[in-house]
Design a protein. Structure first.
Length: 348
């Protein structure tokens, strides 16, 4: 048995026991109710499950991404970062004490690499607006309008850019909207704006997108179909909506399902609509295991549909799409259209 196999077996067979031990160690001497203890054990079990999934995928980046997301969530609830680091350190200590040496080494490698990511010293933050290129001024003005709740100014800016300045909708989506929303997320995670401001930015952007639909949806006959779905109960489904819109503008018949779609419904729609391509979006690392489950089930139940994946976990780990069983990956919607066309042509 390899180190990877023994590590996976140890973690998955003992995840409840490990979780209970490290929670009791961390809560020792604290006045926690039993119900709060059980919630902590549940959360610790999920952390172990995510670690095992990352090890199975051989993706350190996936676990790093999950821990970064968890750290941001905990900060949002007012928890000090040291609690998460202590929790992860207790996990390593327990594994090294009670399990085989090779298991301990692998767990230590993954966990301490993730701790280093959430606990950097002296790293300068980089704004996502640096990725806007020639549209940096538009993006900056749009960002400020969203943060300051100036909806009419935000709408006027974008409609003017498209209608009078000839900014293409593809550039609007990829260079401006995507980077501004990433920046909004970064500002929220660092608690520089509140969750209401983050939601407002998303709603206004969706509203503007709906105002552009007369430019996107036409009556032209289209011979290829694609379907776009978010993995699980993603809150950030605007990205896959942009992907579907850009497919539509490139002469594809797009079907946007959004988020919170049960697996059986996804399969049912695939069988009913029969798209050539399914685009799956996972914006955070902890959605990757669900992505694997969906792809496996689809390949068992249906045939003929190519599956492409996108989202930050796949952008961060270029080989992850192969390990989840997809047929391809692209970092943005324009690239996804080109990839989809190539996959369809390969079938002909």
């Amino acid at each position: 048995m390899t180190s990877k196999e023994s590590t996976l077996r140890s973690l998955r067979a003992n995840q409840d026991l490990i979780a209970e031990h490290i929670v009791d160690q961390q809560l020792r001497g604290l006045n926690f109710s039993e119900s709060r203890r059980q919630v902590s054990i549940r959360d610790a079990t999920e952390n172990i499950r995510q670690l095992a999934d990352a090890i199975e995928l051989e993706s350190q980046i996936t676990f790093n991404g999950y821990i970064v997301w968890l750290n941001d969530v905990l900060k949002g609830y007012g928890f000090d970062q040291s609690l998460l680091i202590d929790h992860l350190t207790l996990l390593v200590d327990y594994i090294e004490e009670y399990f085989a040496e090779d298991v301990g080494e692998m767990v230590r490698t993954y966990v301490f690499a993730a701790i280093a990511v959430v606990n950097p010293e002296g790293q300068a933050e980089q704004s996502f607006l640096e990725n806007c290129g020639e549209y940096r001024d538009y993006a900056q003005t749009y960002l400020l309008a969203l943060i300051e709740a100036r909806r009419n100014d935000a709408v006027e800016l974008i409609l003017s850019a498209v209608n009078r300045e000839n900014v293409s909708i593809e550039d609007l989506y990829i260079k401006i909207f995507t980077n501004v929303l990433y920046e909004i997320g970064r500002l929220w995670q660092s608690q520089r704006i509140n969750v209401g401001q983050e939601h407002f930015a998303t709603v206004v952007t969706q509203y503007i997108m709906s105002m552009l639909y007369e430019k996107i949806f036409t009556k032209e006959l289209k011979t290829v179909k694609m379907m776009g779905v978010c993995v699980g109960d993603e809150l950030h489904e605007i990205g896959i909506r942009m992907v579907c819109d850009i497919f539509e503008m490139n002469n594809w018949d797009s079907y946007y399902l959004g988020a919170n779609v049960p697996l059986e419904s996804i399969i049912g729609e695939l069988e009913r609509i029969k798209p050539q391509v399914l685009a799956l979006s996972a914006t955070t690392a902890h959605r990757v295991p669900q992505c694997i489950e969906i792809i496996k089930a689809i390949k068992v139940k249906t045939s003929g549909t190519k599956i492409i994946v996108g989202g930050r976990p796949f952008n961060m780990d270029p080989g992850l799409w192969v390990r989840v069983g997809a047929d391809g990956h692209s970092v943005d919607a324009v690239g996804a259209v080109k990839l989809a066309q190539r996959l369809v042509n390969e079938r002909v």
